[in-house]
Write a protein that binds this ligand. Structure first.
Ligand code: GAL
Length: 686
């Protein structure tokens, strides 16, 4: 968008605090709606996403609109100086729409037509759906576009999923014709002579299916690319009237992240999608206090995702949904322990969020989310623990409001590529069958990420379209899929003085998931000074070792066997037929250097390996389990110091810093942090 600078969003000085508000569920309860407005002020909430699933309330029957209730809600929120994040309602449809236009219902990969119900269950190709969405979006923009409380648009809800109906098949074929021009080129890219899968004509192509084609990996890749493009195309259709009528109102759509693995939602290429939105937002639901990992470990997963979403547009993002207490869809829906709401929210602000928003403001009374946490519980009490936690956070966010728009100064980048995840998920080989979880790409990203996070070094999680030159170090774990452009980009980065680290599985296939002929690609041989000749795959209990420096480290899962062609051997294998051969190498190339880690290792190795690459200039020295994250603007540096453990921890500050939450100076010295404790410390730049 052109005029973001003049928007209410840019002028808003507060961090956003609020959430999904569904007054459309409570229209028969005016006293509840009145309580809501009073309670919002109590918790210092200032932003509400309204209308997300309100289509039935806005258009109860085809062509009959009812905006009266929304007018009142918007006025009431405006009166308390609140912001409106107005949603387009396409995430769920009224029943009349499905009955009048059955084409809007999705068909799944098994070619079964879905029934009306649920949500996010519509075909992105359907002209009828597009038409109806276009009408309601236009009406919303015309009616509320000039409202002074309108902060931004919230488009649909968590776009995702795919439809395999005939309309989508036709669009997919058109997409393929545009990409390949002729069927021979497609057959070449698909290596379709395999199992006699050669196509004679584009009309024979069907989307991948468990009851049909699933073995042509480039078809699967293309389908995923198409689904992304098609979803983005639908989104473009949604925003067209909004851009026209409200050119100064920024647009977001809530992205998703999967904290267990962790990786961004894998159904869409967010790197592409990010280019179409003004402000990145995502919905974060970590499983705090679970029984299989430490709080510190889980915090690093959340941090990784926050860094990814921030880096998509290299600017602050919004946590558009989180829970103040529990969700209703984790395997165990545990309540946040005292202190965790403050800590988990600050953990997002620390990594670049300018908002803490909730799903949901008020717990719904019935249906599937009636037991999902909310700011206001069924008891309608402002005295309960969760409400008070939210209130405490609201007050804290006001105290640190000046961090809004501040940046994260990262000089280290980790490359995450969703297409690489897609390709690895198809690859039948390495570990397991066709399941990316077996290859552990996201977990490996995290292991490398943690080597920096644990040292409090800021990291950007980049996608492959990003400029590498601004980084001192780029880490690209398990980069199986390397197209020519990416390899050239990496070579240029190193030649110009960059430092690049890659690992086993580097450089196996091209953008069509066709294996590079001739083995390890020449450009990578030049840059890394090695040739990978084989990749050994180990059983889960098998172990090899890596001798590196004075120490030996465990190697497991994958061991790349490497010949050096100019690289220096930094570490060697300790066992098996490739014992003593290179496991870790480094190679000067141009002004820079490229390093290769041949084996999967534990964090101890990664910690020691990266130690020489990074320096921490922070004035805060913290015990393990305490994370120190930085944001900065022209005048100040802000340190978020967070104790992600259940124990008392100690920190030492080497400069006088302002404790923003307590509103007092902290002289240099040692300080105690209670379990889940948080400090936000401000330092004025000289
Ligand atoms: C999100 C969704 C919300 C709500 C929430 C529950 O994925 O966008 O509408 O369902 O989950 O945690």
């Amino acid at each position: 968008m052109e005029n973001l600078g003049t928007s209410r969003y840019e002028q808003e000085k507060r961090l956003l605090h609020g959430g999904d508000y569904n007054p459309d569920q409570w229209l028969k309860y005016p006293s509840i709606l009145a309580d809501d407005i009073a309670f919002m002020q109590k918790v210092r909430a200032n932003a509400f996403s309204v209308g997300i699933f309100a289509w039935s309330a806005l258009e109860p029957s085809e062509g009959n609109f009812n905006f009266g209730w929304l007018d009142k809600i918007i006025e009431d929120i405006a009166k308390i100086d609140g912001n409106i994040i107005l949603a387009t309602p396409s995430g769920a449809r009224p029943a009349w729409l499905s009955s009048a236009y059955p084409e809007v219902l999705r068909v799944n990969a098994r070619r079964e037509k879905m029934l009306h119900g649920g949500r996010h269950n519509h075909c992105f190709s359907s002209p009828a759906y597009r038409e109806k969405v276009g009408i309601i979006n236009t009406k919303l923009a015309e009616r509320y576009g000039n409202h002074p409380a309108l902060l931004m648009w919230h488009i649909s809800n968590e776009y995702g999923g795919e439809c395999h109906c005939e309309l989508c098949q036709a669009n997919f074929r058109r997409w393929l014709v545009e990409k390949y021009g002729n069927i021979d080129s497609l057959n070449d890219a698909y290596w379709s002579a395999f199992w006699s899968h050669t196509y004679n004509d584009f009309s024979q192509i069907e989307s991948p299916s468990p009851i049909g084609e699933s073995g042509l990996h480039c078809l699967t890749l293309d389908w995923k690319r198409f689904v992304s493009d098609q979803t983005i195309d639908f989104y473009r259709h949604e925003i067209a009237p909004l851009r026209k009528i409200t050119p100064n109102v920024p647009i977001t759509t809530n992205f998703m992240g999967e904290v267990p693995n962790p990786h961004p939602f894998a159904g869409l290429d967010y790197a592409k999608f990010a280019k179409e939105v003004d402000i990145i937002s995502w919905d974060a639901y970590p499983r705090w206090h679970n029984d299989y990992e430490t709080t510190e470990f889980l915090a690093s997963k959340l941090a990784f995702l926050n860094d990814y979403f921030r880096t998509l547009k290299d600017k602050p993002f919004l946590i558009l949904e989180s829970t103040p207490s529990m969700v209703n869809w984790h395997p165990v829906n545990k309540a946040k322990r005292p202190g965790m709401h403050m800590l988990s929210s600050m953990a997002c602000l620390a990594h670049g969020s300018d908002a803490v928003m909730y799903f949901q403001w008020r717990k719904s009374r019935g249906s599937s989310e009636k037991l999902h946490g909310a700011v206001v519980d069924h008891d309608n009490s402002v005295e309960n623990r969760v409400f008070k936690d939210v209130q405490e956070l609201g007050e804290a966010m006001e105290k640190i409001a000046e961090i809004k728009s501040s940046a994260t100064p990262a000089k280290v980048a980790i490359l995450y590529d969703v297409e690489n995840l897609w390709a690895l998920s198809d690859a039948q080989g390495f570990h397991g069958g066709a399941n990316y979880n077996d290859k552990k790409y996201p977990e490996t990203m995290l292991a490398h990420y943690r080597a920096f996070w644990k040292r409090n070094i800021p990291v950007d999680v980049i996608t492959k379209d990003k400029d590498l030159t601004k980084y001192d170090l780029v880490v690209a774990p398990m980069l199986y899929m390397t197209d020519a452009a990416l390899m050239e980009k990496m070579a240029a980065y190193v030649a110009d003085g960059g430092r690049l680290v890659a690992t086993y599985m580097l450089g196996v296939a091209d953008e069509n998931d066709l294996v590079h002929l001739g083995g390890f690609p020449q450009v990578l041989r030049d840059v890394f000074g090695i040739r990978v000749t084989e990749t050994d795959v180990l059983y889960p209990k098998d172990r090899n070792g890596v001798a590196f420096g004075e120490k030996q480290y465990e190697a497991f899962d994958y061991c790349a066997i490497v010949e050096t062609h100019g690289a220096k051997v930094l570490g060697t294998y300790t066992h098996d037929f490739y014992s003593d051969s290179p496991a870790v190498t480094g190679h000067k190339y141009g002004e820079g250097a490229a390093y290769f880690i041949g084996a999967r290792t534990n964090e101890d190795f990664l910690g020691d390996f990266y130690a020489v690459f990074v320096q921490n200039s922070s004035p805060i020295i913290a015990q393990e389990g305490v994370s120190v994250q930085v944001r900065e603007n022209d005048g100040h540096t802000y340190y978020f110091v967070m104790n992600f453990t259940e124990e008392v921890k100690h920190i030492t500050t080497e400069a006088a810093l302002e404790d923003m939450l307590a509103g007092q100076m902290m002289q240099s010295g040692a300080y105690e942090m209670k379990p889940y404790g948080v400090y936000i410390m401000k330092q004025t730049k000289l």
